[in-house]
Design a protein around this ligand. Sequence first.
Ligand SMILES: Nc1ncnc2c1ncn2[C@@H]1O[C@H](COP(=O)(O)OP(=O)(O)O)[C@@H](O)[C@H]1O
Ligand SMILES: [Mg+2]
Length: 604
Amino acid sequence: MLREEPLLLGSEARTNLTITMQSEFAIKLNWIPQGRENATRWVIAHMLRNKGWIVLMLIGAFGNAALAAAVPLYVGQAFNAINTPSPDYDALTLAAVGIVVSQLVRGVLQLGRNFSSEIIGQRLERDTRHELYASLIGKSMAFHDQQTVGDVMARATNDVREVNLMLNPGLNLVIGSAFFLLMPILVAPRIYPTLIITPLVFVILYFITLQRYLQELKPATESVRHQFGAMNAVLAESIEGIETVKSAAQEEQAMEKFEGGVRAYRDAFVRQGYIESRFLPLLLLGVATATGLAQSLYLFQQGLITNVGDVVAYNSLFILFGFPVFTSSFAYPQIASGLSSARRILALINAETHLDENTAGHAGQMQGAIQFEHATLQYRSEAPVLEDVSFEIRPGQTVALVGQTGSGKTSIIKLLNRIYDATAGRVLIDGRDVREWQMAALRKQISIIEQDLFLFSRTVAENIAFGQPEATREQIEAAAQAAQAHDFILKFADGYDTIVGERGVTLSGGQRQRIALARALLADPKILILDDATSAIDSATEDQIQQAIYTASRGRTTILITHRLSQIRWADMIVVMKQGRVAAVGTHEELLTTSAAYRRIFAR
Ligand SMILES: Nc1ncnc2c1ncn2[C@@H]1O[C@H](COP(=O)(O)OP(=O)(O)O)[C@@H](O)[C@H]1O
Ligand SMILES: [Mg+2]
């Protein structure tokens, strides 16, 4: 079942690592995924891959805050210089120059802080997206069946972006402003010892209120992320099914459904805004500023502080608190939101998938013998869709699989190339359980042409060569010729270089079938399966396709799932399916006399 890939450690390991994860196919990444047990750790592990930039960011943040604190001190000095009977203009000039120089240097340090955090943020986005994509590609069909495309897309785009924003502006401002909280505490006691009290108490209360604020905010930000995914899922579904929506005149209803999603997203956002508006630290800062002023004036009156400049310097220090107070109302929520996103991404990455590619399995040349032994298939916890299926096909035979819609024909095929594993019983190829085969070797030697086949938005040639990127143009054309596709491809303006529209909309059903057949022939599989592949084809092209299939079936085991009598009669053997069970096996003539289920298929 699930198997952990061993991690290579050592010098060459860094360039060629295999991900440790539960997957059908392990995709190579050039780093060791770490901290996947928890979103915070995962993000930190990703950040720590940029140690140099983190150091630069911290230096920039600290220097920026320290030099910001220089301003109140210089202002205090300037006050003292002129607030005497004989003003000291040299000292005043010195203070002015001090402010200019310190703020110039501060600008450079601030740039360093922003630049590094931007770099870390962008890398975080790139790497987390890469890791997510690698894990998605590796997951089994059983996993993908349970996902809504829109939600997965939302996670791969929006949530990943949110992780970037968590760093910049999020963490950048939090770290940057944290030093601004520190500076008044460091500087105030140098003016007079007890002056530390007000800033210290302020900072303590600030963190307590902030903590509560974030706690309140967490469910709100999570709900915003969740509603965005849900809204996207509705959007993706209606765009994908737009033809169905239109032909059923359901535009209004689709609109309403989407508006419901949009509304829920907006409501979640408003709830978050409501919590954000009750941000207390701003009020606290007002109280602290007043308290500080009162205390310093009292000390001045008592003669404990001897010059006005120090009073001015002390009170100016509170301006420094303005930055963290202002930014924390959105920088901390940004981090909270980034972590919710990281959790959503991780949930996908960590989701279990119940197939194992068996890299150490058998990878030899296939002969094409197929055996089903009491195979049962159950999707999730529903009733089994295949029960106790047993039959046998010899290498090179052509077999027709017939039965009503929903009788389990497609499911049988999915057991063969391990899109799903049998929940009980066995499926054997060349006398070997399919689970003992190396999955890549197994799938490469089985070609399946589906009814709802998928063409990529690439050229015709690339679509035919999908899975065989090293195929030459001659090989591609030979396959197209055998599939009776060559002539119509040449009629396109760009021939083999014509781009096929998304989902192949510019091609007719018959043309798509023949391109898929060419793809299968180029792969030269030992087992060829056509799943209802000719049902959408008009009788004019039928003869051509029939010819193509006949050519294709030579020298390989062929399974035809079809309703066409012409194809069924020509099969060496027919397997009749009924409600997930094998109802009968035999030739056309035999079954006509022995099987009522078989006769019923042609009774219509
Ligand atoms: N991925 C799936 N998850 C749950 N049920 C499925 C899935 N695929 C097919 N089924 C169910 O399995 C049964 C057999 O489907 P299928 O094998 O596609 O039949 P056929 O190809 O003969 O029309 C149907 O009842 C169908 O609803
Ligand atoms: Mg089917």
